[in-house]
Design a protein around this ligand. Structure first.
Ligand SMILES: Cc1cc2nc3c(=O)[nH]c(=O)nc-3n(C[C@H](O)[C@H](O)[C@H](O)COP(=O)(O)O)c2cc1C
Length: 396
């Protein structure tokens, strides 16, 4: 059984989103403001739709925390949907005899509508859209904020930046400390570190919007302060990059994940793909002059910076709709159109941070255990003293 588990529930225009996270040790200081800080970051980014302005994403802690500290019991969170008041008849749980508004009858290519409708036998594909929507990721960010706080107590920092939107690219390597990346990225309209590259990405989004089109892109996640040895090589389902890829691929619209050199390594010789070992200056452990592996070897963290990238496809709801079919009549029709983002890569990066935090917190608890934070911290410190991480090196 996983040492840290979570579940979410809630429809996009339903009453509320709810989440439960189980396995968080006792004694972790946690405030609702810390959850709100991450939820505000999820709303960032040029190219989002009107929904972001409407939702305040206020989170309520329903259980598992008392007087500002976790109890070790399941933590339940709830975020009310402000838009619910406009959809209460469409989304009500009780049976409804009036005319059903907002039916989804023409599936959007690239969305879950058609396949989900056939699979669950929903004639009205609204039943699919409501749960397939990335609104659900709001509660995952709140749950991820709990995991992030646990990691922060251990000195683990997580940051992200957008490296591509459409054909606009930020190729500059990261020279900033992980702890400082988010302050720079969050101040950019597209969460990009380079100003010129950011301006080019904004222009791309403006052009796509004008054309009724959408854009995807790439974001990069960086994690510092990890110990050597999270994850394992001994069995396939314990390899950490497998867990990371799974979590990121579970994020709506993500189509690719890479660690370190990633796909680039496929076209690079071995002599330029690996991280040579050097004796570290203090002769305690090893150092490496590079970090091409992105901080994972053999499914285990090396203790160097963890570097993960994810590719997001362009969103499926186009204001200039693609060709589709009205299922009830079998006639050709334009795909369903609904309020939508033009580009959500900046938000996806923040959600990616949260999902990575959940995976890493689980890996930490799997390795070190501990019912209380005190117990966990003591085991963490013992390990880092006994087995130092491979010394930090510049990217990549
Ligand atoms: C932050 C975020 C916002 C999104 N916003 C939209 C949107 O406004 N319109 C849309 O069609 N898809 C949006 N998506 C993508 C869909 O949720 C996703 O394409 C859909 O669930 C189908 O899943 P798949 O793309 O993984 O196959 C968004 C995804 C994320 C991560």
């Amino acid at each position: 059984m996983k040492k840290l588990r979570f579940l979410t529930a809630g429809e996009s225009h339903g009453k509320a989103l709810v989440g439960i996270i189980e396995g968080v040790p006792s004694g972790l200081a946690l405030t609702v403001e810390e959850l709100h800080a991450e939820l505000r970051r999820r709303k960032l980014g040029f190219g989002r739709g009107a929904r972001q302005k409407m939702e305040d994403d206020r989170c309520e802690i329903l259980s598992g925390v008392r007087h500002g500290r976790t109890l070790g019991s399941p933590i339940a969170l709830m975020i009310a949907n402000q838009d619910w008041k406009n959809w209460s008849d469409v989304m009500q749980a009780e049976s409804y005899s009036g005319e059903v508004r907002r039916k989804l009858e023409v599936p959007r290519p690239g969305h879950a509508d058609y396949v989900g409708g056939r699979k669950y036998r929903h004639e009205d594909m609204r039943n699919v859209l409501e749960r397939a929507s990335a609104r659900e990721t709001t509660i995952r960010v709140a749950l991820g904020a709990v995991a992030r706080k646990l990691l922060a107590e251990l000195g683990v920092g997580i940051g992200s930046r957008v490296t591509r939107i459409g054909s606009g690219e930020d190729t500059a390597p990261v020279t900033t400390a992980v702890e400082a990346i988010n302050a720079i990225a969050d101040a950019s309209p597209v969460r990009c570190l380079g100003e010129d590259a950011g301006a080019a990405m904004v222009r791309e989004i403006e052009a796509a919007k004008k054309a009724g089109d959408t854009l995807g892109g790439v974001f990069e996640l960086l994690v510092s302060g990890l110990p050597l040895g999270l994850g394992s090589y001994v069995h396939w389902d314990r390899r950490l990059e497998g867990e990371i890829a799974r979590a990121l691929m579970s994020l709506n619209a993500i189509k690719g994940v890479e660690v370190g050199l990633g796909f680039h390594a496929a076209a690079t010789p071995g002599s330029l793909s690996h991280d040579e070992f050097l004796v570290s200056e203090d002769r305690n452990g090893l150092s490496s002059p590079t970090n091409r592996s992105g901080g994972i070897d053999g499914g285990m963290t090396t203790g160097q910076l963890l570097v993960v990238r994810a590719a997001m496809k362009p969103l499926a709801t186009l204001m200039s709709p693609l060709r589709s079919v009205k299922l009830a009549t079998g006639e050709a029709a334009e795909a369903h159109v609904e309020r939508s983002d033009v580009c959500a890569v900046p938000a996806a990066a923040v959600i990616g941070e949260s999902l990575l935090a959940l995976v890493l917190a689980e890996a930490v608890l799997e390795k070190f255990g501990g019912d209380s934070l005190e117990e966990l911290c003591a085991r963490w410190e013992d390990w880092n003293r006994a087995v130092p991480p491979i010394r930090k090196s510049p990217l990549p």
